[in-house]
Write a new protein. Structure first.
Length: 623
C-alpha cells in the first residue's frame, strides 16, 4: 500500500507540474508533454496514472461549472485545456506502450496466480482470441521478463514454476523454428490431403514428429501418426513437468494458427482449402480435449491442473473456429475426420463445452455436435443439443445460428418420424429466415418443409395429389435458391431431400437425377454424411429399375462411407446389398462388385474396397 500511495502522489504531482508549466507558457509542443509522460510513468502503472488524471479532470470540470469568479474561471479554462493536451498525449502513450503494458499485466497475472492454476493463467494470457494477441517476439519478451522475476523471487514454488514456464516457452519457440520452414511440406508427399493419414502415407503428424526433439511433444505427434490413443498417452504421464506442456502449447498453437492461415489463402481451390481449414480447427481442439481427458485419469499430482489448462485451450480453438465465415452451421465434424477419429470426437468436444456459460461460440459448437449426433442416429440427443443451442443463439441474437437450429430440429423430427413437429419447426425456420434475410436458412427450411410434408402425406390415406405437388414445390424452391446462392452444402441437402421424396413417390428416374446431383454437391462441400445418404438412396433407386451393377456400386460406397462416420443408415445399404447378393448368387455379386473396383478405390482406397465384404458379414451377423 505505501508504494501505491507514493506512486499516486507522484503522478498527481506530475499532472500538476505539466499544467503549471503550460500555464506559464513553458510548453512549446505536445511532444514535450509526451516525453515527460514517457520519462515519469512506469510500465504496468498506467491504471494508477489514469485514476489520478481522472481526479484532476473531474475537479477542473466541476470548477468550470460552479465557479462564479471570472478570473478563477478563466484560469480553470486554461487548466482544462492543459489537461486535454495531457489526455491526448496520454492516449498516445497508451497506444505506444500497449505491448509493454500487456506483458506487464500478463506477468502480474502469472505471479499472483496460485501455483496449481499458473499454467491455466499462462494459457489465458497467450489466448489468440485476445484483441491484441501476443506475437512470437512478444512471447519471447514475456519469457525474458518472467526469467527476471524468477531471479528476484524468494518463493521456491514460484521460482520453480517460472523456470518451467520460461524454459517451456524457449523450447517451444525453438521447436517452431524447426517446423515453420516445412509447415506444409507433408502436403506435397504422395498422399491424400487431410489429417486422417496413416503412417504409410507420410501424414503430417509423422512428418512433424521428425522435426521435434523434446520427448513429450515428439511422443504426442508420433502417437497421432500411428493412430494410438492420446488419452492413454496423457494418462501414463506420471512425472510430466509443467514446462513440457508449455512447450507443447507453443508448438501446437503455432501449427494450428499457421495452417489455418495458409489454408485460408489457398483461393485456387476453395473446396480443398475450406475443408482443410475446418479440419485444422476441429483436429487441434480434439487433440487438446483428449489430452485433458487423459490428464484427468493420470496419477500425476498435476493431473487436474494440466486437464483444466488443456480444456481451456480446447475452448479457445472452438471459439476462434465459431467466428470463421466457413463455420459449418449446416455441416458436421466428420467432414474432416476419418471414421476411427469420429467415434470419440463428440464426447471429447462435449466435455469442455459443459465448462462454459452460454455464448455465441457455444451455441455454434453445439449446433455442430447436434448435426453430428443426428447423423449417427442419436436423434433425441441431437434435438436436445439443438434446443440448447437455439436458446443460447436467441439470447446472443445470432439469427443465422437460431435459424440453423430450427432447421436441424425439424430434420431430426423427420428422422424420428414425428412429421407434424418437423413441419412446425421448418415453418418457424422459414418465417424467421425470411425476416432476417438469412438465405441459406431459407433454402434449408424450404427443403425441410417439403420433405416433412411428403412423408406426413405418405402416412395418411386418400391424400390429394395437390398435397404432394405443394410439398415438391417447396423442395424445388429450396434447391433453386441454394443454386442461386452457390451454396453446395444446401444444394446437397435440397437435392438429397428431393431425391428421397421422389423415391417415396415411386418416381425412381427423377430420384436418380436429383440424388446424383446431391452426391456431387456433397462431395464438393466435404460432408461425408450427405455423400453416404445420397449414395444409399441412389442404390435403392437403381435397384427399383433393375440397374443392379449401379445399385451395387452406390450401395457399397454409401455403406462404407456411412459406417466409417458411425451413421446408422449404413445398415440400409447393407440390407439392400444382402438382398442383391441373395438374388444374384454370391459369385455373380462378387463379379459385379469387382466391375466397380476402379471407381470405388479412388474414393476409399484398397483397404476400403476390401472392407466391403467384411461389412456385409458384420451386418448379417447382427440381424
Amino acid at each position: 500500500m505505501p508504494e501505491s500511495t507514493s506512486l499516486r502522489d507522484r503522478y498527481l504531482a506530475l499532472i500538476d507540474k505539466i499544467v503549471e508549466i503550460t500555464l506559464k507558457g513553458q510548453i512549446r509542443s505536445k511532444e514535450q508533454v509526451y516525453q515527460m509522460l514517457v520519462q515519469d510513468i512506469g510500465t504496468g502503472t498506467g491504471e494508477i496514472f489514469e485514476r489520478c488524471f481522472g481526479e484532476r479532470l473531474d475537479a477542473t470540470e466541476n470548477q468550470l461549472k460552479n465557479e462564479k469568479d471570472e478570473i478563477k474561471q478563466a484560469k480553470a479554462n486554461r487548466t482544462f485545456r492543459a489537461l486535454k493536451t495531457i489526455q491526448g498525449e496520454w492516449e498516445r502513450w497508451q497506444k505506444d506502450n500497449r505491448v509493454s503494458s500487456a506483458i506487464a499485466s500478463a506477468i502480474q497475472q502469472i505471479l499472483t496466480a496460485e501455483s496449481n492454476s499458473r499454467l491455466l493463467t499462462l494459457f489465458q494470457v497467450i489466448d489468440p482470441n485476445k484483441e491484441l494477441p501476443l506475437t512470437l517476439d512478444q512471447l519471447q519478451q514475456l519469457a525474458k521478463s518472467l526469467h527476471q522475476q524468477m531471479l528476484q523471487t524468494s518463493n521456491p514454488e514460484t521460482e520453480r514454476d517460472l523456470q518451467q514456464i520460461t524454459s517451456g516457452i524457449a523450447k517451444g519457440l525453438e521447436s517452431w523454428q524447426r517446423l515453420e520452414p516445412e509447415l506444409v511440406g507433408w502436403i506435397y508427399q504422395p498422399q491424400q490431403l487431410g489429417f486422417g493419414a496413416s503412417p504409410e502415407q507420410n501424414g503430417p503428424w509423422a512428418f512433424w514428429a521428425k522435426k521435434v526433439k523434446s520427448p513429450f511433444p515428439h511422443a504426442l505427434l508420433q502417437t497421432i501418426a500411428i493412430g494410438e490413443s492420446i488419452v492413454e498417452l496423457a494418462a501414463k504421464q506420471s512425472s510430466l513437468e509443467l514446462g513440457a506442456l508449455v512447450e507443447l502449447a507453443i508448438i501446437l498453437q503455432c501449427l494450428q494458427r499457421a495452417l489455418a492461415t495458409w489454408f485460408d489463402k489457398q483461393v485456387y481451390d476453395s473446396k480443398v482449402s475450406t475443408k482443410a481449414s475446418i479440419s485444422t480447427y476441429i483436429t487441434f481442439s480434439v487433440i487438446w480435449s483428449q489430452l485433458a481427458s487423459g490428464f484427468n485419469n493420470s496419477s500425476t499430482k498435476s493431473g487436474e491442473q494440466f486437464a483444466n489448462a488443456c480444456f481451456q485451450v480446447t475452448l479457445q480453438i472452438l471459439r476462434a473456429f465459431s467466428q470463421r465465415e466457413y463455420f459449418p452451421l449446416y455441416g458436421g465434424i466428420f467432414a474432416s475426420f476419418d471414421g476411427k477419429s469420429l467415434r470419440h470426437t463428440l464426447e471429447y468436444l462435449d466435455e469442455p463445452l459443459r465448462r462454459v456459460e452460454g455464448t455465441q461460440a457455444k451455441a455454434r459448437i453445439l449446433t455442430l455436435l447436434g448435426y453430428s449426433m443426428g447423423a449417427m442416429g442419436a436423434y433425441e440427443r441431437a434435438i436436445l443439443l439443438h434446443k440448447e443451442a437455439l436458446e443460447i443463439a436467441r439470447l446472443e441474437d445470432d439469427k443465422a445460428c437460431e435459424v440453423a437450429n430450427l432447421n436441424h430440429i425439424s430434420r431430426n423430427y423427420v428422422s424420428g418420424k414425428n412429421y407434424q413437429e418437423a413441419i412446425n419447426y421448418s415453418q418457424r425456420a422459414l418465417i424467421m429466415a425470411r425476416q432476417a434475410g438469412e438465405r441459406q436458412g431459407e433454402a434449408n427450411a424450404l427443403a425441410n418443409l417439403g420433405y416433412s410434408e411428403v412423408f406426413q402425406a405418405r402416412q395418411l390415406e386418400d391424400v390429394e395429389p395437390e398435397v404432394y405437388e405443394s410439398a415438391i414445390g417447396y423442395l424445388e424452391q429450396g434447391l433453386l435458391l441454394s443454386e442461386k446462392l452457390g451454396d453446395r452444402q444446401s444444394q446437397a441437402f435440397c437435392s438429397s431431400s428431393l431425391g428421397i421424396a421422389k423415391i417415396a413417390l415411386k418416381n425412381s428416374e427423377s430420384a436418380i437425377e436429383y440424388l446424383v446431383k446431391g452426391w456431387q454437391a456433397a462431395q464438393f462441400s466435404g460432408d461425408l454424411y450427405l455423400q453416404g445418404l445420397n449414395l444409399a438412396y441412389l442404390a435403392q433407386a437403381y435397384y427399383s429399375i433393375n440397374e443392379l451393377e449401379k445399385a451395387i456400386f452406390a450401395g457399397s460406397l454409401g455403406m462404407y462411407t456411412l459406417e466409417q462416420i458411425g451413421a446408422m443408415e449404413w445398415r440400409q445399404s447393407a440390407g439392400l446389398l444382402t438382398i442383391l447378393r441373395g438374388q444374384m448368387g454370391a459369385e455373380s455379386f462378387k463379379e459385379s462388385l469387382a466391375k466397380s473396383r476402379s471407381q470405388i478405390i479412388p474414393a476409399i482406397g484398397v483397404d476400403g474396397y476390401d472392407y466391403i465384404p467384411e461389412l456385409l458379414e458384420k451386418y448379417q451377423q447382427s440381424i
